[in-house]
Write a protein that binds this ligand. Structure first.
Ligand code: AP5
Ligand code: ZN
Length: 215
């Protein structure tokens, strides 16, 4: 199964991708995570990306397309994948289509998660994640079950993203509406788009996604 989770920052793409990994045994390809790993490793890509990400702007298409092309060549992507945060521009969507074509593959589903802006800002400002396994939490409504210990892996180390603040979030939302939201029309025209209510509780959103995947 080859799937795109499309939606603004904080829509819940990463949260739902984590659940899909477990249920369908396919990897999550998050370009945000890949870029953050490059920043942490101090690679050339990371050096290019850091200031852009901190400002909430989009990293150049050719940089991101190259990362995704390399990742799709890895063995664990052979049976499918969940794209989280990619494509994010019409040029990236065209690049993805060419990439998949050369591999004789096609997308099965593009799921748009709709959430109101004020809710997105609240979600992102309260977000933190496990430094070891990446499980996502929230200060107000999704704390670890045992205080200070990750539910998934038991680690006591958590982290927050430098771009999760109100000012950078405004730029991220601007970038979404200007560059990424045209993809809704793009995939609608291709007949692969399904839109869901991303404001519903996490379990309900998961159920809705599973219903779409079952057809
Ligand atoms: P990226 O890492 O992709 O971030 P994003 O798209 O801004 O999305 P987020 O990770 O913030 O949100 P999410 O939808 O995954 O929500 P989550 O599940 O965490 O990109 C970061 C930067 O990298 C970009 O700004 C750009 O610079 C660069 N970049 C990345 N990809 C790029 C590309 N393709 N091209 C160019 N540049 C690129 O949930 C958020 C919070 O809400 C959590 O606390 C969660 O617990 C909570 N939550 C989730 N669902 C629900 C729910 N249903 N109800 C209540 N709370 C919920
Ligand atoms: Zn963990």
């Amino acid at each position: 199964m080859k799937l795109i989770l499309l939606g603004p920052p904080g829509a819940g793409k990463g949260t739902q991708a984590q659940r899909l990994i477990n249920r369908h045994d396919i990897p999550q390809l998050s370009t945000g995570d890949m870029l953050r790993a490059a920043v942490a490793a101090g690679t050339e890509v990371g050096k290019t990306a850091k200031a852009i990400m901190d400002a909430g702007d989009l990293v150049p298409d050719d940089v991101v397309n190259a990362i995704v092309a390399d990742r799709l060549d890895e063995a664990d992507c052979a049976n499918g994948f969940i794209l989280d945060g990619y494509p994010r521009t019409l040029k990236q969507a065209d690049a993805l289509e060419s990439l998949l074509k050369t591999r004789g593959q096609h997308l099965d589903h593009v799921i748009e998660m709709r959430v109101e802006d004020d809710v997105l800002v609240k979600r992102v400002s309260g977000r933190f994640s496990c430094a070891k396994c990446g499980t996502v939490y929230h200060d107000e409504d999704r704390l670890p079950k045992a205080e200070g210990v990750c539910d998934t892996c038991g680690s006591a180390e958590f982290k927050r993203r430098p771009d999760d603040n109100a000012e950078t979030m405004r730029s991220r939302l601007r970038a979404y509406y200007k560059e990424t939201s045209p993809l809704v029309g793009y995939y609608h025209c291709k007949g692969t788009l399904r839109s869901i209510d991303g404001m519903a509780p996490i379990n309900e959103v998961s159920e809705h996604i599973e219903a779409i995947l079952k057809g």
